[in-house]
Design a protein. Structure first.
Length: 584
């Protein structure tokens, strides 16, 4: 990191600036090889002056901030850490916060937030200056009666392990809203436990904590035990992932299956649940699946304040795959070869499916009598299974990862399988060496609006700029699918339309179903409805906000009499009508 000798006495620098309300305090980087503590001193000075909530602490690009103790945010107050947006040179990289190697330091938490916490463009390194992993976390602590707001944007969160059996961001509070955007969770590994090293998690065996909402947008999770974990009856009311990349996740990607309101969209899963499914351990139970799992409320083990009918889950525009090396390693690692020789084949790991059978039942079960879905607000669509993306340069240390997995299946001895922590991370290397853009043409246009699946901010910057311009429309579409369910209208591939169009239904005449294709050249309100010859509405195929694209609607006239009907597309000042013939 940057080698800086600073002569500033931080407290003296800070106090005169703070008497004018909201202030930006520029915190100088610590000296390389020095005692550190500049950030700790600046924050403590603001607390002493009772101006913490009105202070924005701005860290230097490529700065080096050596923490000398737990940073505490008091209840009812706010800590804001920020840095300039990073550029494409080393000197414009993210500032890094890491631990001193000195003895006698309170390392309970990197940050203990009893109040609000907002971080932008900060690199949190859970190691000391010698590169040794430090078992500590950013903990969202409880303050009774206080609802907290927490955000991370443009951050890099790295090398968190198993502190408190929780996550790099640990939730120990009864009420919090969390927003995480454009953030990279890298090398959050535990060398011993396969189920430790997480992004966001409640502590193991804790009870009583709650997330109101947690939102991930354009985030990457690479080399990690779990990503998001719910524990002991603790869950998030509203959990959302959009345009995220998941790579090399040892076990559960998103756990548990206690979702009340959730969507996962436009995301890419590769080598998730690497531990696989071991039939002898699972027994007659269902496989977990490599992405999300939905459990029945009767199997929660606790009584939630909602019913099955209240639940909303939308899983759309996502891909899942295991790389060939991992499938082969499951079957032919030294552990698996031994089990095969001993004729213990049911102890050999096998790949998890994208979605478990139980999860698919929630998505797919139809009431035979009505022909309607049993759970109309639990839906999946546009899923790409077994599509390996072909990353340009993944952050995968294949030898150590294979060794780690073999030992987790076998004797559970220790391996640090992180990728280039000493070489790259401890030096604050910027831009990052890896590149998770990919070559798979299907996935490059597989998202809503034809955007690439996965994290656009880090790996597809040109697409990210275009995506932001239309993101409000995308989120309106997702929200509509989540809260109203899927219509009989599906988006289809094709050139971006320039005019509204409505095609003749096919087949025509039909009995009892037919398809209607149409195109929408701009985001806005669209309706597609069917009327009888008296002008009476008999079916609404779509009525809502719709993105630019080409669409195909299924119309089933099983409950209508034979005859001629009119179907009409309306949008803005456009109205197009055609006739169809139902012949029974």
């Amino acid at each position: 990191m940057k080698k800086v000798i600073t002569t500033f006495f931080v407290v003296a620098l800070l106090l005169p600036v703070l008497s004018f309300g909201q202030s930006v305090v520029k915190v100088p980087s610590d000296a390389f090889g020095g005692t550190g503590g500049n950030l700790n001193k600046a924050i403590q000075a603001a607390k002493d002056a009772k101006v913490l909530s009105n202070t924005i602490f701005e860290l230097e690009p490529y700065g080096y901030y050596v923490s000398t103790g737990t940073i505490e945010v008091p209840a009812g107050q706010k800590l804001t850490l920020t840095a300039p947006n990073p550029g494409t040179t080393q000197q414009t990289g993210l500032p890094q916060i890491l631990w001193t190697a000195a003895e006698g330091v309170n390392r309970d938490y990197m940050i203990a937030a009893y109040g609000d916490l907002h971080c932008k463009n900060i690199w949190f390194m859970f190691a000391n200056v010698l590169g040794d992993q430090v078992g500590t976390v950013i903990s969202l602590e409880d303050a009774p009666g206080v609802k907290k707001s927490v955000s991370f944007e443009g951050c890099l969160i790295e090398y968190g392990s198993a502190a408190q059996g929780a996550g790099s961001i640990t939730v120990k509070t009864q009420s919090v809203d969390i927003s995480i955007k454009n953030t990279y969770f890298r090398n959050n590994v535990d060398k011993h436990f396969r189920y430790y090293g997480r992004a966001v998690s409640f502590p193991y065996s804790s009870t009583g904590w709650k997330i109101n909402s947690v939102f991930f947008e354009n985030c990457t999770f690479a080399n990690i035990g779990y990503v998001y974990m719910q524990e002991g009856g603790e869950y998030g009311d509203d959990v959302r992932f959009n345009h995220c990349t998941f790579l090399n996740v040892v076990m559960f990607t998103l756990q548990s299956g206690w979702w009340r309101t959730m969507y996962v969209t436009n995301s890419l899963f590769l080598n998730t649940f690497m531990f696989g499914d071991i039939p002898a351990t699972r027994g007659a139970g269902d496989q977990n699946g490599g992405t999300i799992r939905i459990d029945s409320i009767k199997n929660f083990g606790f009584v939630p304040p909602f019913t099955e009918a209240d639940r909303k889950v939308y899983f759309g525009y996502n891909s899942y795959a295991l790389e060939p090396w991992l499938i082969d390693w499951m079957a032919n690692s030294p552990y698996s070869q031994l089990k095969r020789r001993n004729r213990e084949n049911d102890q050999i790991p096998i790949p998890q499916p994208m979605l478990s059978r139980g999860t698919l039942r929630f998505f797919d079960t139809v009431n035979v009598a009505t022909g309607k879905k049993v759970f109309p607000l639990m839906n999946k669509e546009f899923l790409y299974d077994n599509q390996v993306p072909g990353f340009i340069k993944p952050p995968t240390n294949l030898d150590s990862l294979k060794s780690f997995m073999n030992r987790k299946w076998d004797d559970n001895t220790d391996v640090d399988w992180s990728w280039k922590v000493k070489e790259n991370s401890m030096a604050g290397l910027w831009p990052v060496e890896e590149n998770l853009a990919y070559t798979n043409p299907t996935l490059k246009t597989g998202g809503m609006g034809g955007f690439p699946l996965g994290d656009l901010y880090h790996w597809w910057p040109a697409d990210y700029t275009r995506w932001r311009a239309q993101s409000a429309a995308e989120y309106a579409t997702i929200e509509n699918k989540l809260t109203k369910g899927l219509t009989d209208v599906k988006e289809v591939a094709g050139q971006i339309p320039t005019t509204y169009s409505l095609s003749q239904n096919y087949p025509n005449p039909f009995n009892p179903s037919t398809q209607i294709s149409y195109s929408v050249p701009k985001y806005g309100h669209v309706s597609l409805k069917v009327y009888n010859m008296l002008g009476q509405l008999v079916a609404t195929l779509f009525d809502g906000m719709q993105q630019v694209g080409n669409y195909k609607a299924d119309f089933n006239g099983y409950n209508l009499a034979s005859g001629v009907y009119v179907y009409k597309l309306q949008a803005e000042n456009v109205s197009i009508s055609k006739k169809l013939v139902l012949m029974k």
